[in-house]
Design a binder for this molecule. Structure first.
Ligand SMILES: Cc1cc2nc3c(=O)[nH]c(=O)nc-3n(C[C@H](O)[C@H](O)[C@H](O)COP(=O)(O)OP(=O)(O)OC[C@H]3O[C@@H](n4cnc5c(N)ncnc54)[C@H](O)[C@@H]3O)c2cc1C
Length: 434
């Protein structure tokens, strides 16, 4: 069934992430009707996802219903649906619910995990791309400690208490740092009658350095801080296989690990299977400098999904790129409607940061290079301002303060879902790993 078309030009936006939300806000002053689609009914603040997976924050503190975020935007509407196929010639979008027509289409469906064809890791490892995956990881890690409390076999206990984080990028560094705090400050207190001596947090990185996009001094600072906090950093250690609880690494060495968290690769989350012909590096869609598809000028692509290079370098998959591209796409749609020439995208890099536990971070902001406690204070302030709503900001602040001063984490509950919604909607099982 094809739904009815409105009178004003209709812009359909796929993805209520950082790019999609910014675009819908910007289009509120343009003479169009905007329809935002997402497979989830919430917008996710990914920079703090690792804090859900390390039992510091609750999911509701880093996610907000999309409908609530659209309430002040009269020309915007939302539908929860997974996009399954795009018919560019007929200007139709096939979704898990209905087929929709569009005048302009903006693809902002972000990225998903890339396991580089490693099936054993893909099947067994955890990841940190979605809220369900962060919760599953939190449940699993807390359950491993509970099981270790019952286990008499020392080898099995060592395995249960070994967590291997794969990937030394910002998320891997942040998660490994957060895990050591969870373990040293809290789990050891909770499990004071259990021998947690064999607990290990490993951070495995295939290349010779952590945080490859940061300044070398900050890379060194991050390495030292992680080691001081008890993380075993293993550089030049690519993961080959994970089978029966044994992680096999580059030189054939194997490590018994109860938990493997894959944070080593991402690729564009192309909506539908039939767009592979348009995909370039990292499975991102090739676009014109104006962010349009070459063959379909009414289709724009932005954020993690768009393959855009600047000064010979592929732009990273980060929030500032997605948001700045969203502003340009809004402007270009406005220009297209008034027959003006469209503008090319140019990225202005505001810098980057990564935190390492509760009192250290590295930050690269313009000419400033910050590390240690000062870096952490800057990280904290910046992220608090960015968190999705005033209510969430308050809750996050309370949680951070209670962790910092009282060494307390309220959300270390094992909460596995008992059964899924009985709804037969094809949306079930859609979001999955990302
Ligand atoms: C754990 C983690 C931590 C991060 N930390 C930082 C950080 O500190 N700083 C930073 O700058 N960047 C960070 N990033 C990267 C940042 O999240 C992305 O670059 C940014 O979200 C990209 O925005 P986007 O709009 O392209 O996609 P997203 O924000 O990922 O949004 C994509 C949306 O599309 C939806 N979607 C996907 N496929 C479909 C489909 N077929 N149908 C319908 N909907 C679909 C998804 O549900 C999602 O809501 C982090 C990412 C992760 C995973």
């Amino acid at each position: 069934m094809v739904s009815q078309r409105p009178a004003r030009p209709r812009v359909v936006v796929v993805g209520a992430g950082f790019g999609g939300m910014e675009l819908v806000r910007r289009l509120s002053s343009v003479e169009v009707d905007t329809l935002l689609l997402d497979q989830n009914n919430y917008h996710l603040f990914t920079p703090l996802l690792y804090q859900v997976a390390s039992a510091l924050l609750d999911p509701s503190e880093i996610a907000r219903p999309v409908r609530a975020m659209l309430s002040g935007l009269p020309n915007a509407d939302f539908r929860m649906a997974r996009v399954t196929r795009i018919d560019f010639e007929g200007r139709k979008l096939h979704t898990s619910e209905e087929t929709l027509g569009y005048d302009y289409l903006v693809l902002a469906s972000g990225s998903t995990n890339d396991f580089f064809g490693n099936r054993s890791v893909e099947q067994g490892a955890f990841d940190l791309k979605t809220l369900p995956s962060a919760l599953a990881l939190r449940n699993h890690i807390l359950s491993q400690f509970e099981e270790a409390a019952w286990t008499r076999d020392p080898d099995r206990r060592r395995q249960l208490l070994t967590i291997a984080v794969v990937g030394g990028g910002p998320t891997g560094v942040e998660y490994a740092g957060a895990l050591t705090e969870l373990i040293h400050l809290l789990v050891k207190k909770d499990f004071r009658h259990v021998d947690l001596g064999p607990t290990r947090v490993l951070l495995l990185e295939a290349t010779g350095r952590l945080l490859s996009v940061f300044d070398p001094r900050l890379q060194q600072a991050a390495l030292r801080t992680l080691q001081r906090k008890g993380v075993e950093v293993m550089l030049n250690t690519p993961v080959k296989e994970w089978k029966d609880g044994m992680l096999v690494v580059g030189d054939g060495q194997s490590v018994a690990a109860g938990t493997v968290v894959w944070l080593a690769g991402v690729r564009g989350a192309v909506p539908g299977d039939d767009l592979s012909g348009l995909a370039g590096r990292q499975n991102r869609l090739r676009v014109q400098p104006t962010l349009q598809l070459a063959e379909h000028r009414e289709v724009f692509v932005m954020g993690d999904l768009a393959e855009v290079s600047q000064n010979g370098q592929l732009l990273p998959m980060v929030i500032p790129v997605a948001q700045q591209q969203a502003r340009l796409v809004a402007d270009n749609i406005r220009r297209a409607l008034s027959n003006q020439p469209l503008l090319p995208f140019h990225f202005r890099d505001p810098g980057m940061m990564a935190t390492i536990g509760r009192n250290a971070a590295v930050a690269h902001l313009g000419r400033l290079r910050l590390s240690g406690f000062i870096g952490w204070v800057v990280w904290l302030g910046f992220h608090l301002l960015q968190v999705i709503s005033f209510r969430n900001r308050l809750l996050v602040l309370i949680n951070w303060m209670s962790e910092y001063f009282l060494l307390e984490r309220h959300v270390r509950l094992i909460l596995a879902a008992e059964r899924e919604s009985p709804s037969p909607s094809p949306l079930r099982g859609g979001p999955g790993r990302g």
